[in-house]
Design a protein around this ligand. Structure first.
Ligand SMILES: CN1c2c(nc(N)[nH]c2=O)NC[C@@H]1CNc1ccc(C(=O)N[C@@H](CCC(=O)N[C@@H](CCC(=O)N[C@@H](CCC(=O)O)C(=O)O)C(=O)O)C(=O)O)cc1
Ligand SMILES: N[C@@H](CCS)C(=O)O
Ligand SMILES: [Zn+2]
Length: 761
């Protein structure tokens, strides 16, 4: 440690903050700006207001160390790329900084955006930096410094408040970046990036930062000893910089495992640890460090067991130089606060803590540490009472649900031989070669969303709402019939979201009024809260699918979300093994499959786009996960007859580790995202000996661009190089809900034409 900086001790902080706004103010401002309905000043004003309000909320909650630079107009990885001058050259001709930034995020008419993918095992998406051999890293610290200056105006002259810019650390940034075609592995540029950070540190100190936080969630993944050495050397170099703020390395989504020891000895000043998803590895000397102890869950919504947290904090206080209470990760992943959630069941509401309540918990724990638990005795007693009521609530553990699950598990959880099924299904369905279909959703038009908003507000009754939805279903069926698609869908107009919809209809879930969480850019989701044993009081989709099927002779796919995805995109209970909860949801889906089948549905698609997302970050934990995840899918889908065709859909293209699990799902047809990667994924599938039918996407639905027929025929020919024609389906990459109606019509026209052309050959 250099002697030319002082370590500002602090006792309460959070690892990061949400930014979409308590009422999604940023979403509205961004979308207005993109539509040309708001100018840059308005957008900047909204951003400043949101940041100021967030810091004030922290100060009011008793936090004495404010994280800065956690706001983003789109994504923190993109911000880091901009900070380091690492935006691809293709955007360089765009003069305006903000427009250049948004071009990288969203693309333009001519320029493809950066690729987007999931942030570790969360439902948040980041933009993947592209590093070319000629990427000329250069520091652009203006946004970080401006944010720091704004935070200073909020902290004012409050004594003892420290400011801590948060930056994605070089190890995580480079591990997640991808090389531009033909360029070297970005990791080879580590030393250059570290030089830039070394240049940045004194600027931050001069602007009033007493700490800097480098986020390194990559530490929670399996790293080789060589990688750990390189990361340690990088931080040793940063620690040697003169006139710098104190350095905190923040890991999250697990513990840093074998990397913690070397890092702790590298000369850095502090570590932030996720003590919810991980622990503190034994034998690591933390005595010279400030430890930000992440005892408050930043990813889930349950009230903290404050007594247990205090015990953990005491244990850690004895091992560390200085201790601060913190969250396990950024609060980006939870809703802003419970304020206004008056429609929640009051019993359930009492068990919850969203962002604002978590900040309050941080403050309470910090007081308990500083002044002793008696100083917060009423708060501790209140938390204990809530926990007791939660575990005693008869709806939390329902014997009848557990018996039903046990009975379903004891029944048939596997199907007959896949080849035999394929034979009977082919006979029954009588589809052409290369059958065409879509993944389920059609554009969620403003009229659909408006009708739902009216229905929610009570201005439209159920019958009127159902009439509007049936109207949309009829339009979508007519469109698909006219285009000549072979297997139709009802278009999912009645679904606000593919998980929330089911959460609203299943017992054991609660739905918030305003519990929005950023998914990517301006897009948000409102995850349901799974708090009790799950059951299905009534059929959930049969009426809609039945109506769609009544309008056509072609098969209409039943459309369900699978148990793993329902869990992944909900806030799940923390008092029960996930494997157990998955089987409860699976039984509800199994019952829905049975009802659909009984109502005449011949094809049922059970979407599992989150199968890969929930894969544990550490390899040692992956087999157990895949075992229960595949088991739950099979429990959900194995109750149907051989002649009923089960489809599944997975919309990501990095199969690697889950390829065997996809085989294990035993679905008759699997559709996957493939257009963006030019069918690369099919190599993985074919190489693994996957023997069932596959629908590799030929239309990238993430882009407004409409692919030409020839592009799709090229992709189909590539697919035919690795798959026999009788096992190939033709479909888009994913659902069409975010696309416009005109684009979809043109794209599907081309898709059908492409299938026909390839068939004819
Ligand atoms: C497939 N994806 C999904 C993920 N997670 C999910 N839970 N669901 C998913 O589908 N993760 C991975 C990807 C992420 N992709 C997306 C894509 C698109 C969105 C998105 O568009 N979100 C919408 C909100 C969707 C929703 O709940 N809609 C509600 C309307 C809510 C609303 O804003 N209403 C307005 C009034 C509307 C009006 O008057 O016109 C209001 O309340 O003010 C609905 O349809 O009822 C978004 O806008 O962000 C998310 C993830
Ligand atoms: N059936 C869903 C799957 C999305 S991953 C849809 O089409 O939107
Ligand atoms: Zn999808």
């Amino acid at each position: 440690m250099t002697d030319n900086h002082k370590i500002g001790a602090f006792r309460a902080t959070v690892a990061g903050l949400p930014r979409i706004g308590p009422r999604r103010e940023l979403k509205r401002a961004l979308e207005a700006y993109w539509a040309g309905k708001a100018d840059a000043d308005l957008l900047a004003g909204v951003s400043r207001d949101l940041r100021r309000a967030a810091w004030r909320g922290l100060l009011d909650g008793g936090v004495d160390a404010l994280p800065t630079n956690t706001f983003s107009y789109y994504d923190q990885m993109l911000d880091t790329a901009a900070l380091l001058g690492a935006l691809p050259r293709r955007y360089a001709a765009i003069d305006d900084d903000r427009d250049r930034y948004f071009a990288a995020a969203r693309g333009t008419d001519r320029l493809a955006p950066l690729e987007m993918t999931k942030w570790f095992d969360t439902n948040y998406h980041y933009l993947v930096p592209e590093i070319a051999d000629d990427t000329d890293f250069a520091l652009h610290p203006e946004a970080v410094l401006d944010d720091l200056a704004l935070a200073r105006t909020v902290a004012g002259d409050r004594s003892g408040v420290s400011l801590r810019p948060v930056i994605i650390g070089p190890a995580t940034f480079l591990s997640l970046a991808k090389p531009a075609p033909g360029s070297a592995d970005p990791w080879t540029r580590l030393a250059e990036l570290v030089d830039l950070h070394a240049e940045l540190l004194p600027k931050l100190a001069a602007a009033g930062a007493s700490w800097v936080q480098f986020d390194e969630p990559v530490l929670a993944t399996d790293l080789s000893a060589g990688r750990i050495d390189e990361i340690t050397a990088a931080y040793r170099r940063l620690a040697a910089v003169a006139d710098r703020p104190a350095i905190m390395v923040q890991s999250y989504f697990g513990d840093p495992g074998p990397a913690l020891g070397p890092l702790a000895a590298s000369g850095i000043d502090g570590v932030g640890l996720d003590l919810v998803a991980g622990g503190v590895p034994d034998g690591v000397d933390l005595s010279g460090l400030t430890v930000a102890a992440g005892v408050i869950d930043g990813r889930n919504v349950w009230r903290t067991d404050l007594d247990a947290a205090i015990a953990t904090l005491h244990e850690l206080a004895a091992r560390s130089g200085s201790l601060a209470v913190s969250t396990s990760c950024s609060l980006l992943h939870v809703p802003y606060g419970l304020d206004g959630e008056d429609a929640l069941d009051p019993a359930v509401r009492e068990w919850l803590a969203f962002g604002a309540e978590k900040i309050d918990e941080v403050g309470t724990l910090a007081r308990a540490l500083a002044d002793g638990p008696h100083a917060v005795a009423p708060r501790l007693a209140e938390a204990r009472r809530a926990a007791e009521r939660r575990s005693a609530d008869p709806r939390v553990r329902r014997p009848e649900v557990r018996e039903r699950v046990a009975a379903a598990r004891a029944g048939r959880t596997g199907r007959s031989d896949a080849a035999e099924r394929a034979r009977v299904q082919a006979e029954r369905l009588d589809l052409p070669a290369l059958p065409t279909t879509t993944i389920g959703s059609f554009p969620q038009t403003p009229q659909i969303r408006r009708a739902r908003a009216e229905y929610r507000a009570g201005r439209l009754d159920h019958d009127a709402y159902a009439r509007v939805m049936r109207g949309h279903i009829a339009e979508v069926i007519e469109l698909q019939s006219g285009l000549g698609l072979d297997v139709l869908v009802h278009g999912e107009p009645e679904r606000n979201d593919m998980v929330q919809y089911f959460g609203e209809l299943l017992d054991g879930f609660a739905i918030t009024a305003n519990g929005w969480v950023q998914s990517y850019g301006s897009r948000c989701v409102r995850p349901p809260i799974l708090w009790g044993d799950v059951s299905r009081p009534a059929p959930m989709t049969v009426e809609w699918i039945g109506y769609a099927q009544s309008l056509t002779d072609r098969p209409v796919k039943g459309m369900l979300t699978g148990p793993v995805t329902i869990l992944a995109w909900s806030f799940v209970r923390d008092d029960q093994l996930l494997a157990e909860v998955a089987d409860q949801v699976a039984v509800a889906i199994r019952e829905e499959c049975a009802d659909l089948e009984a109502a005449g549905t011949v094809i049922i698609q059970v979407d599992e786009p989150a199968l890969r997302e929930l894969l544990p970050l550490r390899r040692s934990e992956q087999p157990a996960y895949l075992d229960w995840a595949v088991g739950a899918f099979r429990l959900a889908t194995s109750g149907v007859a051989d002649a009923t065709q089960i489809h599944t859909h997975l919309c990501y293209s990095e199969f690697g580790e889950v390829i065997e699990a996809i085989d294990g799902l035993d679905a008759d047809v699997t559709s996957v995202e493939a257009a963006r990667s030019g069918m690369e994924v099919l190599g993985d599938l074919a190489g693994s000996g996957f023997g069932r039918a596959v629908g590799p996407g030929v239309y990238d639905i993430h882009s407004p661009r409409v692919p030409e027929t020839t592009e799709m025929t090229t992709l189909l020919h590539r697919a035919l190089d690795v798959l026999p024609a009788e096992r190939l389906w033709v479909n888009p990459d994913c659902g069409l809900k975010t696309r416009g109606e005109a684009e979809v019509r043109r794209a599907l026209t081309n898709l059908v034409a492409a299938a026909r052309e390839v068939r004819a050959r």
